[in-house]
Design a protein around this ligand. Sequence first.
Ligand code: APR
Length: 308
Amino acid sequence: MKNKVSIIGCGNVGTTTAGFIAQAGISDVVLFDILEGMPQGKALDLSEACPLWGSASSIKGTNNYQDTKDSDIVVITAGLARKPGMSRDDLLFANAKIIKEVAVRVSRLSPEAVIIAVTNPMDAMAYLAWKTSGFPHKRVIGMGGVLDSSRLRTFTAWNLGVSPSDIEAMVIGSHGDEMLPLMRFTTLKGVPVTELIKRSEIDAIKERTKKAGAEIVGLLKIGSAYYSPAQSAFEMIKAILLDEKRLLPCSCYLNGEYGVRGIYVGVPAIIGKEGVEKVIELKLDDPEIEEFKSSIASVRAMIEKLNI
Ligand code: APR
């Protein structure tokens, strides 16, 4: 097959993402992990499902970075996941060490790839992957906004008793407690939900969206969410491989857009084969601007802690 996606870290999110790619049959997949036998076993399991999916994807499990050579996309899900009571920020230093190593290795072997950073705290890890890889910023993107927006769509649809696929939603800012679920940009097929849902319920939907990851961590107790993160990563992978030019909220490097420079944070962007092809600037109102500033400050503080 022409396309090659390598997934670094084949735990829950990585392997589930591989499964979605294989099921769609849009690319070959390399699953890399430091644990011996584990990526090979998962690759074999997925390969044995391919006939049933009618998929011609080849899936290889490996502990050797060389197998990731010349990938079109490298997805980084390597690292530690949250445990109950941990914030995404608690993972900062442990995961930074892993991301640095991964970004150096994969960028040398796949110099033309687009890197998708999934590991948390994601905005800081996307920044670190960009810095360490030396790639142009349009070819390093963080996965967060697609997931947060899907969560907002879910809770909004449940409130209205409608199909989640008829809800459009937009979450920007950090992929953390200071994300901005933008209700003015959330609609039921174009009808602003602010006209359909009471203010107090809107506030509850926003709050549940911000805490959605922690809600799942609290229930699972031994790990964090993976079906929805994997499907979100898959949406981005598909947009890149098929050059779909989709508008997806992602963590992108801001180079003056929104009056911000030198940071990765969630904004709507056109995603195609080049990676981030354009950042879309929303017309935010004054309270939204204030919230966005505070969200940016939280990411900047984390990046400063990394002392890159
Ligand atoms: N290189 C490659 N893989 C690594 C490395 C490394 N240096 N260090 C750890 N890993 C692997 C682990 O062996 C494990 O298989 O990363 C995998 C992580 O998988 P899980 O623990 O199942 O975590 P997962 O739920 O997949 O989440 C991964 O995505 O959503 C975020 O917060 C989440 O940061 C976490 C990441």
